[in-house]
Design a protein around this ligand. Structure first.
Ligand SMILES: C[S@@+](CC[C@H](N)C(=O)[O-])C[C@H]1O[C@@H](n2cnc3c(N)ncnc32)[C@H](O)[C@@H]1O
Length: 210
């Protein structure tokens, strides 16, 4: 029998990325900005996948936890005209930078940029039921509390999408006490109560419906 050959070869991600069609040159510019400044952003394959999920789920209002350079945001805005989107990040420099690019490129979207701590926002929020879709991409140690709050405060059928659910392979480590590893493992154990969809693009996306 032929030996099993893994698809995961060196430079494979770069090759895959070269197959992904960016909607406009600004996408390449944002990727370059992230790489040059060593700021993490959603993997290109996952970003396209997120774009596809938005197109198929057709939400009207989105909450994003973790704006970063706004790369995931731009792929979401590209998926649907006139989106109402709130995005939160504690990093003032990046959120100002993202706001500049996105408001110029998507003048029809209703965008709100909040420069604050995500857990503080979620703990106080009284309007989470207004969102149809939440994209979760902030500190992994904060995922479990963010998930708990969403379960309590969001309306039924709200879609949650979590990034980094492979956590660079660390979810498979058995003996780890690293708080971020434990946090992602906790989310995985909670997911067993849902019909989840796992997308193995990039560092792994998971989609659930509350
Ligand atoms: C992985 S980056 C987000 C990347 C972004 N989604 C993109 O694709 O460009 C995570 C971001 O979450 C922000 N962040 C992490 N924990 C946070 C918290 N508790 N409150 C506010 N921002 C947080 C960081 O400042 C960082 O910009």
């Amino acid at each position: 029998m032929k030996e099993f050959q893994s698809i995961y070869k060196e430079n494979f991600e770069e090759q895959i990325n070269s197959l992904i069609k960016r909607p406009s040159p600004i996408f390449y510019e944002m990727e370059e900005y992230g790489k040059q400044n060593k700021i993490p952003f959603l993997s290109i394959a996952s970003a396209q996948c997120l774009n596809y999920i938005i197109k198929s789920e057709n939400p009207n209002s989105i909450l994003e936890l973790g704006t970063g350079i706004g790369y995931s945001t731009i792929w979401m805005l590209e998926a649907k005209k006139n989106l109402v989107l709130t995005t939160i990040d504690r990093n003032e420099k990046e959120i100002i930078h993202a706001k500049k690019i996105l408001t110029v490129n998507y003048p029809d979207a209703k965008l709100q940029f909040l420069n604050q701590d995500i857990l503080e926002y979620l703990r106080k929020a009284e309007n989470l039921f207004e969102f149809d879709f939440i994209f979760i991409d902030h500190d992994k140690v904060d995922y479990p509390e963010a998930f708990e709050i969403c379960k309590k405060k969001c309306k039924p059928k709200t879609i949650l999408v979590f990034d980094n659910m492979i956590w660079h392979g660390r979810i498979f480590l058995e003996n780890t006490n690293k708080p971020s590893d434990l946090a992602i493992k906790k989310i995985w154990s909670e997911l067993q109560n849902y019909e989840y969809e796992f997308f193995s693009s990039g560092d792994g996306l998971v989609k659930i419906r509350l």
